[in-house]
Design a binder for this molecule. Sequence first.
Ligand code: GLV
Ligand code: GLV
Length: 326
Amino acid sequence: KQPQVYITKKIPREVIEPLEKMATVKMWDAENEKVPVQILKTEAAKSTAIFTTLDDIIDQSIIENSPQLKVIANMAVGYDNIDISTATKHSIFVCNTPDILNDTTADLAFALLMSTARRIVEGYHFVMDGCWKNWGPLLMVGRDIHHKTLGIVGMGRIGEKVAKRASGFDMEVLYHNRSRRESVEKALNTTYCSFDELLEKADFIVNLLPLTDDTKNKFNEIAFSKMKNSAIFINVGRGMSVVEEDLVQALQKGEIAGAGLDVFREEPISNQHPLLKFNQVVVVPHIGSATIETRTKMMELTVHNIVNVLQGKYPKAYVNKKVKIY
Ligand code: GLV
Ligand code: GLV
């Protein structure tokens, strides 16, 4: 009997072709509705591999209910939606899609930074709403990006790409990271500093932290109060790193000047979300890696990871290195 692979989203046929040659592939293909937890659990229980995305919560109960499961292949660089320690305990590979999305995600970080600083979305609505009556010396004035100070929180592979872009804007780049990265300091002309120092000095603060117990709620009332009143906060990491009520308060009180957000504590947000009442907040629906080129590569790598495991090999990219093939 062929192994079963369960895919939680609609993925183009040509991408999953390699899987269909070696497994029975089942897919949740409703595009506007997420797979119900009960169906995910039932299908996972019969599967050798599951192809997941960042909104699928793969917790202990799903893993322990799936005796044949060998690989959880997440189509994302982040993997906070998966209970890694339980998966590792059961020798299940947890795969992700690192590296291939670095440039694309850095592009989005800059797109958010630029649209917030230069009021692109506000300007668009201004024109669309028929408010543009004459040219004004101070009409829609924003803030300069070039020659300002950028603070990158979480200097990983995406952070390096953001720093590289910043150098083209003649920005000074500060970074904070769990561990100092001297190679990055030399290669990209960046300066390591403490979290507090970065908050105090940066004109733009870009969060790229993965979600862990240490990074949860890191951007809270205290953090926002340390930022400059002219600071713009960009989040392309994880929503859970931000206390959203505190961000709302900081914007309300003018403690910071604006925010560009790709991620939220609970996704999707509704159009009634309190952050949406601010003109100086630009939001997009978790699209950091969303280009056709990069999403195609991510789907292909996820398939490749599963194919390898089904062939008895190590996946190309996986995060729990303690899992061994014997
Ligand atoms: C996106 O947020 C990802 O983790 O790939
Ligand atoms: C602006 O368009 C200018 O000409 O200064």
